[in-house]
Design a protein around this ligand. Sequence first.
Ligand code: FAD
Ligand code: SF4
Length: 537
Amino acid sequence: MSEPLQRDVMECDVVIVGAGPAGLSAAIRLAQLGQEAGQPLTVIVVEKGAEVGAHILSGAVLEPRALNELLPDWKERGAPLHTPVATDEFRLLLGSSSLRLPTPPQMKNHGNYIISLGNLCRWLASQAEALGVQIFPGFPAAQAIIADGAVKGVITGDFGVDKKGDHKAGFQPGIELRAKHTLFAEGCRGSLSQQLMQAFDLRKECDPQTYALGIKELWEIDPALHTPGKVSHTVGWPLPSDTYGGSFLYHMENHQLAVGFVVGLDYSNPHLDPYQEFQKFKTHPSIAPVFAGGRRISYGARALNEGGVQSLPTLSFPGGSLIGCAAGLLNVPKIKGTHTAMKSGMLAAEAVFANTPETYPEALKNSWVWEELYAARNIRPAFHKGLWAGMLYAALDTYILRGKAPWTFRNHADHTQLKEASGCPKPDYPKPDGVVTFSRMDSVFLSATNHEENQPCHLTLKDPAVPVDINLPLYNAPEQRYCPAGVYEIVEEAGAARLQINAQNCVHCKTCDIKDPTQNIVWVPPEGGGGPNYPNM
Ligand SMILES: Cc1cc2nc3c(=O)[nH]c(=O)nc-3n(C[C@H](O)[C@H](O)[C@H](O)COP(=O)(O)OP(=O)(O)OC[C@H]3O[C@@H](n4cnc5c(N)ncnc54)[C@H](O)[C@@H]3O)c2cc1C
Ligand code: SF4
C-alpha cells in the first residue's frame, strides 16, 4: 500500500478559491474590515491561472456600482476603466438585412464602462496585495477539506504527476490550506463548487442551473471604423429562432473591438456548432465591414450562468460560502455578472468578518443584487418558447409587469435538452476565409492555451464507453461541436471509432461538463498554471 502523502499545511483565517471579481472583492473587503478594526486577518487567494487574469474572459461592460462601494476612489487609484459607454444599439439580424430595435432598459449602459475584466482583476489583485492579502496564482484548489460535516479549507493540486498517475522527478504534493472559512469564487460551473453542492445537498430547493457558452475574439480594427464607447448587441441570424443567443460588439480603447457570441446551452439540435455560428455571424453584411483591414489578436470562450434566482443553490454551509458566478448571480437581460459577483463577495466578507458567515445569504437577499435578479427572473426562461415569444414576453415583463409578475417560470437542465441527431437538420457552415472567419485550431492558437502534456487528463469520463456507445449513435458526438477548442474528436482506429481527447487545447470554458447529454464528462483542474493565457479578455 502506498504511503499517504506528506503535505505542507498552512493555517489562515480565510481561503478564497478564485481570483476573479468575486474572490478579489471579498479579499479586499476582508482586509479593509481588518484594518479598520485593527484586527488584520490572514487571507489567502488561490488562482488556477498562471497569473491573475490569465483565465478571465468576459465581454465586458462594467456597471461600476459595486466598485464604487468597494473602492470609491478607484479613479485616483488608477483602475483600468478608460472607456465610458457612449452609445447603445440593439439590432435584430435577419438573413441579409438588419432591423434596429429600441434598446431594452436593461441593456442601456449610460454610466457604465467598456473594460477588459482580466485587466480589472489584475488591478484588483494589486489593491488586495497592498492591503496584505496573499495571492497564489498557478495554484488550483483541487479538493475541499471536509471534516466533521464542515469545510476546513482546500488542498491545492499536486505538481509533477504523469499520465498514469505516477510521480515524476520534481513531484510536489499540493498544500493543505486550512481556514476558519472558505469562500468559493470559482466562477461559472466551478469544479469544487459542484462537489460541494452535492456534499451539502445545496441544490435541493432550487431549479437546475442553466448556462450559455460565450465565445469571444479581440480585434484591432481600422481606426476609421472604430467608435470608442460604442456598444452593440444583436439577436437573430444565424441562430434558428428556437435557440437562445446573440452577439456583442464593444469598441474599447486602443482601437480594439471585443466581439463575442453567446449561445444558450439548452439548444436541442445536436448538429448545432456554437463556434461555427459565431464565425458565420461575423459574415453578416451589417457586421463584416467593421473587420475590414483589422487583425484578430485573441480568442477564448467561457460558460456563463443563466438560471437566475430560481436556480440559486443554498449559498452558505458549515465552513464555506459560494459567491459570484460559482453561485450563479449573473443578470441575464443585462448580460452582466461582474457587479453582482463583486457585491456578493463583499457581503460574504462582511458576514465572515462579523463571525456570522451564515448571515450572508440573508444579507444578499436584502441587497440590490437580489432586487435586480428577482425582477429579471422570468425573462430568460420565457425564451424557452423561442425568440419571438421570448421577445414579446420580455417586453411585457419589462414595460408592463416591471418584474413583479406573481409567477416564476421554471428552469430545466441543459444536458436534458438535446434531441436525437437523426431527426434534426444539419446547419450549413461555410469554410473559413482566414480573413473574417477562422478555423477552430487557428483560434485555439490565439488563446495561448497550454498544458503540460504528461499529466492525467483533466477531462475525466465516468464511463469511457459512453462517448462511442451512446453519444455517437444518438447525438452524432456533439462534444465535437460544442467544445470551442476542438478538444474532442472521434477518430477511427482499426475500423473502430474512439473518442480522442486533446486535453492540451482546453480553454477551461466548462461547456463539456454542462452539456454532455449523459453527464459523463467531469472537468477537474489540471496541473497549476495550465490553461489559457488571456492578455486582456
Ligand atoms: C462571453 C461573456 C461575456 C460577458 N459579458 C459581461 C459583461 O459585459 N458585463 C458583466 O458584468 N459581466 C459579463 N459577463 C459575466 C462576468 O464575466 C461574470 O459574471 C464574472 O466574471 C463572474 O465573476 P466571478 O469572480 O464569479 O468568476 P470568474 O470571473 O469566472 O473568476 C473565477 C476565477 O476563479 C479561478 N478558478 C476557478 N476554479 C478554480 C479552482 N478550483 N482553483 C483556483 N482557481 C480557480 C478562475 O481561473 C478565475 O480566475 C460575461 C461573461 C461571459 C462568459
Ligand atoms: S474540453 Fe470542455 S472545458 Fe475544455 S474547452 Fe472544450 S468544452 Fe471547454
